[in-house]
Design a protein around this ligand. Structure first.
Ligand SMILES: *[C@@H]1O[C@H](CO)[C@@H](O)[C@H](O)[C@H]1NC(C)=O
Ligand SMILES: *[C@@H]1O[C@H](CO)[C@@H](O)[C@H](O)[C@H]1NC(C)=O
Ligand SMILES: *[C@@H]1O[C@H](CO)[C@@H](O)[C@H](O)[C@H]1NC(C)=O
Ligand SMILES: *[C@@H]1O[C@H](CO)[C@@H](O)[C@H](O)[C@H]1NC(C)=O
Ligand SMILES: *[C@@H]1O[C@H](CO)[C@@H](O)[C@H](O)[C@H]1NC(C)=O
Ligand SMILES: *[C@@H]1O[C@H](CO)[C@@H](O)[C@H](O)[C@H]1NC(C)=O
Ligand SMILES: *[C@@H]1O[C@H](CO)[C@@H](O)[C@H](O)[C@H]1NC(C)=O
Ligand SMILES: *[C@@H]1O[C@H](CO)[C@@H](O)[C@H](O)[C@H]1NC(C)=O
Ligand SMILES: CC(=O)N[C@H]1CO[C@H](CO)[C@@H](O)[C@@H]1O
Length: 636
């Protein structure tokens, strides 16, 4: 197990331009983190570095040391969210699939096998970073670390095994002596000295605050409710709404806001790293889009917000705060920070989401748009209002570089449909998908053979599956496909089939589109076929406990025909337009477009599958899964 790779450590990088130099030991008090002896208001933008790459070069995407050194070189700090469970719409929440085979393991619980593996991982990680001198106390950029992730959401499911696990995780982390504080997000009872942080899209409104007066208010993650799954339309959160929540959080003495992906940069779920039903594009709507390009007006509006808050720093960090109502209907209020001398900053909040409000503050009158906050860095002149977006809308234009739609430039290889006689893995029952594939492939063939006393076309094949996709073949003929969805993975395929009088072969291809990543007891989740029967005029015959033959993965995967050496191991043929078959590999060669712009492939004419460029998987596509408006969720 030692050579298995835990491939996702997520780091958030701070955008606050704080200059370089040593951060020193990092501490905190009730106001904020104290970095290099100074209170700080910090903004950071999450980036999952394995989801980002500037070109079709995938070497070392998991190199965290290189990533952190690059962050430092840019003059930024790092808040490292170690996990090891990270959810993050990453397959299996970032845990390696082999962990479920550890005897007696219960993930994320007061369970010795899990704790052993978790502490081994976290220790290895921290020691590696210490070895590279990357913690602030060593002159590095890491000023904060996170252990676990949103455990408060699932803690109750573990009953009496939950709280001791939280205490253990906190003391294990703190015991590693990083010289910088630790946070737990969504964990009201985070034990001292670990800081409880808010996760959620509206922390400005909902956060109950730190669980001790000595801890600062920290917002580690805004929301993840806008990740896109197959079948979803893209959803945008307005720049004004984001700015409102951030300004409100700061006005209530918040001192650290981390823009989670929907707000900063998502990237791409390359290969098979996406969790169940997640799109390959991750938070394309973020201020830096899937390709790393600036998305306006969000990016520009947040930049102006940060500049306005920066003008308020002195009174914000060292002043006294007061809060008082402004209107008569209790929907408007002022948060005022007054320093020693003339320093004064105020946040005028209009909580009325429908109406403008005219308020008197000081001796002046201010017009506040619905659901907005005005920031007055001198308590007089409005420097910024969250609803007044002055940045222009931007559009991303895709330029067609090359057309690859001529059949002449393509070759195909048809994947063999295995029948029962060709399988070597046998049992007398339906197996669970994940424990059989061990996630070496999305694909698992379930096959059986049976005798039928009469040929007929009035029989029906009925299959129930717990995810995620099923393709049915009878006597090597395709009979149909079905799939579940993110909210309900349970689905059935019912198809009329014509059977031979004599021997019949049924081959069912179960496909997973990423592993689950959320909720308690991940180690016990099941997927794949649950029930298989055939209805004919003699009645319903159940095949669950029949003799089954299995094949893990596809022939093309085994031969790696998406690589140059693998490609030469099979006979490719010209694109045939007769009898198209699902499960076909296609390949072509093309010249890389000139220039340095991001390059995308338009897979809009495809169905469902995975795409490789130069032997590297650029992720899955599923353009045949349409949204309610009838379009694919992602074609680029
Ligand atoms: C940080 O704390 C450690 C342990 O208390 C101490 O040895 C070290 O000198 C401190 N570093 C700085 C930069 O203050
Ligand atoms: C200062 O802000 C804190 C946090 O929002 C709040 O609990 C407290 O009541 C405020 N103090 C005053 C005097 O308004
Ligand atoms: C708020 O005021 C602005 C201009 O002062 C106006 O354009 C807008 O329609 C008003 N909005 C509402 C909801 O009354
Ligand atoms: C408001 O105006 C009065 C009279 O001109 C003045 O005494 C007072 O200081 C002003 N208040 C503020 C907050 O500017
Ligand atoms: C099925 O095949 C058997 C053996 O060849 C034959 O006796 C029987 O008549 C066939 N039944 C039908 C309905 O064709
Ligand atoms: C899946 O759906 C079928 C048919 O609606 C139902 O009989 C079965 O109990 C469901 N299975 C699960 C695990 O929910
Ligand atoms: C199968 O065929 C029968 C008629 O032969 C039809 O009533 C039924 O709807 C069909 N079922 C399916 C699942 O297509
Ligand atoms: C298959 O066998 C198991 C026990 O071996 C039994 O619990 C289950 O009900 C059987 N399933 C069906 C569909 O007959
Ligand atoms: C309040 C809120 O939106 N919380 C979300 C934070 O993210 C997790 C998943 O990581 C969601 O389950 C929560 O609903």
């Amino acid at each position: 197990m030692d050579n298995k790779v835990w491939f996702c450590w997520f780091a958030a990088l701070f955008m606050a331009a704080l200059g370089t130099g040593h951060a020193g030991n990092v501490t905190y008090d009730g106001r904020s983190l104290i970095v290099d002896g100074q209170h700080r208001i910090l903004f950071s933008g999450s980036i999952h570095y394995p989801r980002s790459t500037p070109e079709f070069d995938f070497s070392g995407r998991g190199d965290i040391v290189r990533f952190i050194k690059e962050v430092q070189a840019q003059g930024l700090y790092v808040c490292l969210r170690i996990g090891p469970f990270i959810q993050a719409e990453w397959t299996y929440g970032g845990l390696p699939i082999w962990l479920r085979d550890v005897p007696d393991i219960v993930f994320r619980s007061d369970n010795q096998p899990f704790k052993d593996h978790m502490s081994r991982f976290v220790t290895k990680m921290v020691n590696m970073l210490k070895g590279e001198r990357l913690y602030a106390s060593q002159g590095g950029p890491i000023i904060l670390s996170q252990i676990e992730n949103e455990y408060g959401m699932v803690e109750d499911a573990f009953h009496e095994k939950g709280p001791p696990y939280v205490r253990w995780a906190a003391s294990m982390a703190v015991g590693l002596q990083t010289g910088a504080p630790w946070v737990m997000c969504k964990q009201k009872d985070a034990p001292d000295p670990v800081i409880n942080a808010c996760n959620g899209r509206r922390c400005g409104e909902t956060f109950e605050g730190p669980n001790s007066p000595n801890k600062p208010a920290i917002w580690t993650e805004n929301w993840t409710s806008f990740y896109q799954v197959y079948g979803d339309e893209p959803r945008m959160r307005s720049a004004g709404d984001i700015a409102f929540q951030v300004a409100l959080f700061i006005s209530k003495k918040g001192s650290f806001v981390n823009y989670y992906m929907v707000w900063y940069h998502g990237g791409t779920n390359f290969g098979r790293t996406a969790a169940a039903y997640m799109l390959t594009g991750y938070y394309d709507q973020a201020p830096l889009d899937e390709y790393g390009l600036i998305r306006q007006p969000t990016w520009g509006h947040l930049k102006e917000l940060h500049a306005a808050i920066k003008l308020c720093l002195k009174p914000l960090l060292s002043g006294e705060n007061t809060t008082f109502p402004l209107g008569d209907d209790q929907l408007q209020e002022a948060h005022v920070f007054k320093g020693n001398s003339e320093e004064c900053a105020s946040f005028l909040v209009n909580n009325d989401k429908r109406r403008n409000a005219t308020v008197i503050f000081g001796n002046s009158s201010y017009e506040l748009p619905p659901g907005s906050i005005s920031i007055l860095p001198d308590c007089k002149v409005e420097a910024f209002n969250t609803a007044k977006v002055s940045t222009k809308y931007g559009t991303r234009s895709m330029k067609a570089g090359q057309k690859l739609d001529s059949p002449d430039i393509w070759e195909e290889y048809r994947e063999a449909i295995p029948n029962f006689d060709e399988t070597s893995l046998r049992t007398n029952m339906l197996v669970e998908h994940m424990s059989t594939t061990k996630d070496t492939s999305d694909y698992l063939w379930y096959t059986f053979r049976f005798q039928h006393g009469f040929g007929d076309s009035g029989s029906a094949l009925i299959v129930n599956s717990l995810g995620h996709v099923l393709h049915g073949f009878v006597n090597r003929k395709f009979v149909g496909s079905a799939h579940g969805k993110h909210e309900d993975t349970n689905f059935s395929l019912e198809k009329n089939v014509s059977l031979n009088n004599g021997t019949n072969f049924v081959s069912l291809l179960s496909v997973m589109v990423g592993l689950p990543d959320s909720g308690p007891f991940l180690e016990r989740r099941v997927a794949g076929l649950r029930r298989v029967s055939i209805q004919d005029k003699d009645g319903l015959k159940d095949f669950n406990n029949y003799s089954w033959g299995y094949q893990v993965g596809l022939v093309g995967e085994k031969l790696q025909i998406y690589t140059e050496p693998g490609s030469s191991k099979v006979q490719w043929s010209r694109l045939g337009n007769s009898n198209p078959q699902p499960l076909t590999w296609y390949k072509t060669l093309f010249d890389a477009p000139p220039g340095k712009d991001p390059v995308a492939l338009n897979l809009g004419s495809m169905g469902k599958g995975e795409a490789w460029v130069n032997g590297k998987s650029i992720g899955r596509y599923w353009v045949s899964f349409l949204t309610s408006k009838g379009s694919p969720s992602q074609t680029w």
